[in-house]
Design a protein around this ligand. Sequence first.
Ligand SMILES: *[C@@H]1O[C@H](CO)[C@@H](O)[C@H](O)[C@H]1NC(C)=O
Ligand SMILES: *[C@@H]1O[C@H](CO)[C@@H](O)[C@H](O)[C@H]1NC(C)=O
Length: 246
Amino acid sequence: MAAASASAPSSSRALLALTLSIACLAQLAAGDTNGVYEPCSDAWIQRGDGFSFGVVFAGYNAFFSGNTQLSPCDRRLNLASSAQLAVFRPKVDEISLLTINTTTGFNPASAGGFMVAFAGRKYAARSAPIFVSNTSFTVSSFTLVLEFKKGRLQNLHWKKDGCGACTGKSNFVCLGKQTCAIRTQSCKTQGPVDCSIGIQLAFSGTDRHESVLNSWYEVSNLRQYSLYGLYSNLKDTLSGQFNKFF
Ligand SMILES: *[C@@H]1O[C@H](CO)[C@@H](O)[C@H](O)[C@H]1NC(C)=O
Ligand SMILES: *[C@@H]1O[C@H](CO)[C@@H](O)[C@H](O)[C@H]1NC(C)=O
């Protein structure tokens, strides 16, 4: 288990600076054989490696050119002018909870309200855009599955969590019968709830040695939100919004 966090995402204009600093800081951690730190480059991973990917926040249409959704690494999108970027480097096949603190300046609604997870260039993969926040509703809990085939990223997809955990709770609203959202006016800085974004991560598929990645299987067997209790360092922060309901 691991928890990683990014502070307020930097503007993607700072992508180069950010990724360079990651590369400089990066001493290959024990067991990490992946020397690729830049999310717009191609990695070929094995279990236990670090894997860098990005999450971009922007308006829904900003991810498309015509009717085609492009990789955020594609310069034709021109995300640099408006989008916000967070870069993470979780360990392959470890269940991780990534957090983005939204109480200290970064506002996903003003960044455009949607996010896309992505990595790679020749082997470019990107998730569909997923709704995070507007002036009415904010979704703070996400599950992202990174799917590899022989060590190459094939796909990133958001798993719908369902509304089981939000029925009957006054701050929560069920959107589209499949996503729990919090009323944005309840979120700090307007209200009492820390609506910081938590992204539960899982891996599926196979690594470069064709070893099977199992963490998705573990996550799918755990009940929604039950994982929050496992991240003891976040107990008083992220999980605070759930504690009073369980
Ligand atoms: C906010 O998003 C919700 C869910 O996507 C949508 O139903 C609603 O119309 C949006 N409200 C505004 C003010 O954009
Ligand atoms: C976000 O940052 C604030 C201020 O530093 C802190 O009080 C809060 O616990 C943080 N929330 C999360 C989820 O880390």
